[in-house]
Design a protein around this ligand. Structure first.
Ligand code: HEM
Length: 223
């Protein structure tokens, strides 16, 4: 038994989070938390539909709780980092196991657009978040409504948001499906769960997309 940093190789294999089941569970938990953030963010952003004043008072309310927001951001960032590292590890392992994977996959079935494009939509989402935070993070609440309107009424930025939100919808639709499977629900109500994953992700994607669309097309939006 080889011993490194206090763990033998045997121990390492037995540690839950290093096992493939452990990694799948962590992926599901971190993905679920990121989905929860998206739900809260969508809820907050829907204040834009009630006008600039409503959006600014929502943002001001949020900024009046700095400790809570900071705590949430730390947890969010940690889950985000875990999700990305685990995704990269499993992408790398899949690449290495490619010949065997193909021979299994022939009969496995169940591959969808969402599942096949997970790594690529994931990278698009990561790039989008960096771009998005550079534009909005740390801005004073009173300036946020005008800034959202200013940025998203530019055709190229609006188009970039719409493309990224399509990638997010695809990613989340498969993410939900994986989550149901990790919870052991995938085998019993396959069709219902597949459809519900699609409906939830498309509804969220469309609601987010309404914001750049309205910034682009309506002169009154967020005034
Ligand atoms: C049209 C859609 C969206 C709009 C208008 C929007 C707007 C904003 C605004 C104004 C902020 C700053 C909030 C503040 O400082 O109080 C923000 C923060 C943020 N947004 Fe978005 N957002 C959109 C979609 C998204 C999406 C799809 C994601 C993730 C994929 C995302 C991720 C984030 C993150 C991580 C933060 C930082 C949160 C924090 O610091 O607590 N946003 N967004």
């Amino acid at each position: 038994m080889i011993s490194t940093a206090g763990f033998s190789v045997m121990d390492r294999q037995e540690i839950f989070i290093f096992s493939s089941i452990g990694r799948k569970a962590l992926m599901a938990v971190s993905g679920a938390f990121l989905g929860f953030f998206l739900f809260l963010h969508l809820l907050g952003n829907s204040a834009t539909f009630w006008g600039a004043k409503a959006f600014i008072s929502y943002a001001a309310g949020l900024h009046s709780l700095p400790v809570l927001v900071l705590l949430f951001e730390v947890v969010l960032l940690s889950f985000f980092a875990i999700h990305i590292v685990l995704a990269a590890v499993s992408f790398y392992e899949n690449l290495r196991a490619r010949p065997e994977r193909y021979s299994c996959r022939k009969n496995a079935g169940g591959r969808t657009w969402g599942s096949r494009t997970m790594p690529y939509t994931g990278i698009l989402i990561l790039l989008f978040i960096i771009f998005h935070l550079l534009a909005f993070w740390g801005v004073k609440p009173v300036e946020l409504a005008a800034l959202v309107r200013h940025n998203l009424s530019r055709p190229l930025t609006a188009l970039y948001y719409l493309i990224s939100l399509t990638a997010l919808t695809l990613h989340v639709s498969h993410g939900f499906w994986s989550l149901w499977q990790s919870l052991g629900l995938g085998l019993r109500h396959t069709d219902l769960l597949r459809k519900s994953s699609l409906i939830i992700s498309i509804t969220g994607g469309l609601l987010f997309s309404l914001i750049p669309l309205l910034c682009l097309l309506s002169a009154d939006f967020l005034r």
